[in-house]
Design a protein around this ligand. Structure first.
Ligand code: PMV
Length: 348
């Protein structure tokens, strides 16, 4: 997975780098793993622009591995433990990483651990920093797929954050060149109708979720519906791919909603089952469907592993969706003001 050049060498002087990476929102979800953090099914996502993690990594040469982690201006012991374990696991394959004392200072533009794919942006930003460190130590360039693999080992969905626009991860016969090992930019194949797609994120609750994605993925190996889900995810991929390449918003939106609800149904029917949705999430679903039916505005919802709602729509519909959100949905969000206006960046 990693080049031999990355497996040798040692850090000799203090190194510092600053990176940033965006979150992404899956339209067809990855839920369940196999092997070394490989996806049980292919997924497809939209990379966002506003929701990001900024990270500063400082590394000092040392005989052992230590870490101090600061997040949003505070020392964060929980993340520190997790990240230290991650660095130690990487060091088993990339020994130079095991001989440094690290200080990581990170900040998000949005709440973490509440199902806004914060692990995607934070692990992608960390992988970029580690890729730069390894490139510096070995005197080589950091290859995007190798950095993507570093990110994937930290959080599966993070490997999709390296490309703007529409991104797929996981092998599928639908897309030539797709791989379980790294993500792939498919924006050029996606119909212009979807370019500039918007994502209005409604923060129903920014409280840290009670069950981590890692635990949820783990439950899939013994889930009674696992087989049916993986077949369904592949079907959703094929329907979504057809919709995206033909410009069919209605079809893409219907598949997106079905896939998000399926994700939450899997959580509820795990052993032990868990519910991440809040009453406000359900009310937003109901109101979005009602508004869509009455106004014919193509706005659809999706949800990651948390209670927060993503409204996905074409950029042309922004004024109408904005008015709808302000009049009918804001009151259901945290403090009546939990909204992030995000979406796909403009293509240059
Ligand atoms: O990237 P992870 O391992 O934290 O898993 C996240 C999975 C979902 O966000 C629920 C779905 C997805 O494909 O992004």
């Amino acid at each position: 997975m990693f080049s031999d050049a990355w497996k040798t060498g040692r850090l000799h002087a203090e190194f510092q780098t600053e990176t940033t990476a965006p979150a992404n929102i899956a339209w067809v979800k990855y839920w369940g793993k196999k092997g070394p953090q490989l996806p049980a099914n292919p997924s497809l996502s939209l990379t966002l622009t506003e929701s990001r993690t900024h990270t500063i990594l400082q590394a000092t040469p040392a005989s052992d591995l230590k870490l101090e982690l600061w997040f949003q201006g505070q020392r964060e012991e929980k993340f520190e433990k997790k990240t230290l374990a991650f660095l130690a696991s990487l060091a088993a394959e990339l020994p130079s990483l095991g001989h440094a004392h690290y200080k990581i200072t990170s900040r998000n533009t949005f709440p973490h651990s509440s199902g806004i794919a914060s692990s995607a942006s934070s692990q992608a930003a960390l992988a970029l920093a580690l890729g730069e460190l390894l490139a510096h130590i070995s005197g080589t360039f950091a290859d995007i797929n190798a950095v993507g693999s570093l990110a994937r080992l930290g959080s599966g969905s993070a490997c999709r954050s390296f490309f703007p626009g529409f991104v797929t991860w996981g092998e599928t016969s639908l897309i030539q060149g797709s791989s379980d090992l790294h993500a792939m930019d498919v924006t050029p194949q996606v119909h212009a109708n979807f370019h500039g797609a918007k994502d209005c994120i409604l923060i129903v609750s920014s409280k840290e979720k009670t069950v981590s994605s890692r635990a949820g993925h783990g439950q899939m190996s013994a889930h009674p519906y696992a087989h049916a889900r993986f077949a369904q995810a592949n079907l959703h991929m094929s329907e979504m791919w057809h919709a995206l390449t033909t410009g069919d918003w209605q079809k893409a939106g219907n598949v997106m909603e079905a896939d998000a609800l399926s994700l939450h149904a899997l959580m509820m029917t795990s052993r032990p089952g868990f519910v991440l949705l809040e009453p406000g999430s359900l009310e937003i679903m109901r109101l979005v469907r009602l508004f869509r039916e009455e106004s014919q505005v193509p706005v659809y919802f999706t949800i990651d592993a948390g209670p927060n709602m993503h409204l996905i729509y074409p950029h042309e519909a922004h004024a109408k969706v904005e008015a709808f959100v302000r009049h009918e949905l804001l009151r259901l969000t945290e403090n009546g003001s939990g909204v992030i206006w995000d979406g796909m960046g403009t293509l240059t």
